[in-house]
Ligand binder design. Structure first.
Ligand SMILES: [Zn+2]
Ligand SMILES: [Zn+2]
Length: 595
């Protein structure tokens, strides 16, 4: 097993996310050392590890660098790593830390230190480079065997547009050369699967500057796919006793003051909309939960009514900085496949199990076979920051743990990761090229029922507070679509394809027969369309391949005479079938996909 020795004395397996984080953070320091050697006088902002790799924000002064300089920096990093330097930790006072960076002439580090609370500060030194840092680091810099600097971007100091623009250099490193090679192959593959590229080729969605940043426009084919996804979940949810609700896209500011969201996020979200006359204030809906709480409150509830499961494909709006926006994965308006389950404490575990079943059903149908789950619990000893009774928390935490165990989920338990209002379970899915995506969240909440004073009448006539579960198997339709596209490289399962069948007459002569076949398919609820353009069959097939239509039905003289069709599915010839045979064949494939 590949392991990494860490300055805190631990030896950690590379597979551990924390080990990778330390490794990449150390690599940021190594890159800083290389930059200082190559560009004397360079000043440093922050250099954290990211999900895969690291970056450092630097002020290069007069020296501007371009992609062509990256190789030189990579070479320097490897050269420095080979000197077998180590990371040395020292403790300094705040005054000494300030003095060091003032003398060095690094205003960004000075500002960072000034923002720190008084007390001991740690420095880490590798080679000639000393950084303000909490650590820990890899023990031996020589563990870094392979380096690839991947991108350069601009980044404002502290993310503030009014401050200095720094140069952000992204990179990734590995303890083995072969691992970097594999990673680069994966990156190439990821480029081909980029959902933004596929979205364009498959004519699913677009963006318009005039509409606004981060606000996707779903094209007809995309909208069909979206409807299919929604109906897929809706059907299952109806079977599972969910009740549909619909709520508006805005809500009064008071609603979010009551829920606590305004105090927590108000400053960083879209600002209130003011009515022209009455002086009312409305917020764009950042989440659906408060609306659903009010639906719970709309009528007296008895213990016999519970659980109540309110489901809505609710569109919400959240402000994201323009630099953070990315295709469908980071947007400013998106639709959650949301539901809120209101239950009695004794129903929590069973409800939780059912939600897990639903999420696993979604994953299975979408062929997302590799996944893991993280259970986020309270801090092990310090419970001061959590709301809700000790008894309820214990019940909820053990309910989640037992539910996950009873479903044989591969789980990790993380302490101190729960929200202040309840524990949760998150699913991470590994896609076809090994990337991990967070999908599917189940969250227990004691806070909103309290804030909205939700009650039900218990068997003994007493008023009780329900427990609330938030859950979204897809997360959002937008994000889920992106993940499905990247996972399948656009080769969607047939049930989900916006165009399931394309009917192609070999020449215009057979257009009438093709039209007839297409009608029969449509009457059988198959999403079929015809391409009878006066182009060669080869050319039409090439163009359709960009749309990734899974099934082609080709008709010519023989087929027209015999009342048959010639079927090609995902590039494989399926032979000649009568139209009825084809419909039966098609249905059996879709049924199998959905089974
Ligand atoms: Zn550091
Ligand atoms: Zn919610």
């Amino acid at each position: 097993m590949l392991t990494i020795a860490v300055t805190d004395g631990t030896i950690r397996p590379w597979e551990d996310d924390e080990a990778k984080h330390i490794f990449w953070h150390s690599s940021a320091h190594l890159m800083a050392e290389a930059l200082e050697a190559l560009y004397p006088g360079v000043k440093f902002g922050v250099g954290p590890a990211v999900e895969t790799g690291f970056y450092y924000d630097v002020d290069l002064g007069e020296n501007q660098i371009t992609e062509s300089d990256l190789k030189k920096i990579e070479d320097k990093m490897i050269e420095l790593a080979r000197t077998k330097e180590t990371f040395e930790r020292t403790e300094v006072s705040k005054a000494d830390a300030l003095k060091y960076f003032k003398e060095k002439g690094d205003p960004y580090k000075v500002e960072l230190i000034q923002d720190l609370e008084d007390g001991t500060i740690t420095f880490y030194k590798n080679g000639c480079f000393t950084d303000l840092c909490r650590g820990p680091h890899v023990k031996h810099v020589d563990d870094i065997k392979a380096v690839k600097l991947t991108a350069i971007a601009g980044a404002y100091w502290k993310g503030d547009q009014n401050r200095q623009q720094l140069t952000r250099i992204y990179g990734v490193t590995f303890p083995k050369k072969s691992m970097l090679d594999e990673y680069l192959v994966m990156l190439e593959e990821a480029k081909k699967r980029d959902h933004r590229k596929l979205g364009k080729e498959m004519e699913l969605f677009t963006f318009s500057q005039r509409v606004g940043l981060g606000l996707p426009l779903w094209l007809p084919r995309g909208a069909v796919m979206r409807n299919v996804l929604e109906n897929f979940l809706r059907k299952k949810q109806t079977e599972m006793g969910y009740l549909p609700v619909v709520t508006p896209h805005i809500g009064s500011k008071d609603l979010y003051v009551t829920s606590g969201h305004y105090a927590k996020y108000g400053k960083d979200s879209f600002q209130p909309i003011h009515t022209p006359q009455e002086g009312e204030e409305y917020m764009l809906k950042p989440m659906n939960c408060p609306h659903h709480c009010e639906i719970f409150r709309s009528s007296p509830r008895s213990y016999r009514d519970l659980p109540l499961r309110f489901a809505e494909f609710g569109t919400v709006y959240r402000y994201e900085q323009s630099g953070e926006l990315h295709g469908l994965t980071r947007v400013r308006g998106f639709t959650q496949d949301d539901a809120h389950l209101f239950c009695r404490p004794d129903q929590l575990k069973e409800e939780f199990c059912k939600v897990i079943d639903l999420i696993l059903y979604v994953f299975k149908t979408l062929k997302m076979t590799e996944f893991s789950a993280q259970i986020s619990l309270r801090h092990q000893t310090d419970h001061s920051k959590y709301i809700g009774s000790e008894e309820n928390w214990e019940k909820a935490e053990s309910a989640i743990i037992e539910a996950a165990a009873s479903k044989n989920l591969p789980t990790v338990v993380e302490y101190d990761e729960a929200a202040f209002y309840g524990p949760k379970l998150d699913f991470m899915v590994k896609d076809a090229i090994g990337r991990k995506w967070q999908l599917g969240t189940i969250q227990v909440d004691y806070n909103l029922p309290e804030r909205f004073q939700l009650e039900y009448i218990d068997a003994d006539g007493s008023k009780q507070r329900p427990v609330m579960i938030h859950r979204a198997p897809f997360g959002s339709i937008e994000r889920f679509t992106a993940v499905v596209l990247e996972h399948t490289a656009g080769h969607l399962p047939i049930w989900l394809s916006p165009d399931q069948v394309k009917v192609l007459p070999v020449s215009e002569k057979y257009a009438d027969y093709a039209e007839k076949v297409c009608e029969l398919l449509k009457n059988s609820e198959i999403r079929a369309s015809i391409d009878a353009r006066n182009e060669t069959l080869g050319k039409r097939i090439r163009e359709i391949s960009l749309l990734r239509v899974p099934v082609l039905v080709i008709v010519g003289e023989k087929e027209a005479a015999e009342g048959t069709v010639s079927v090609r599915m995902n590039g494989t010839d399926q032979g000649s079938k009568t139209v009825d045979e084809f419909i039966a064949f098609f249905r059996s494939i879709v049924a199998e996909e959905l089974s």
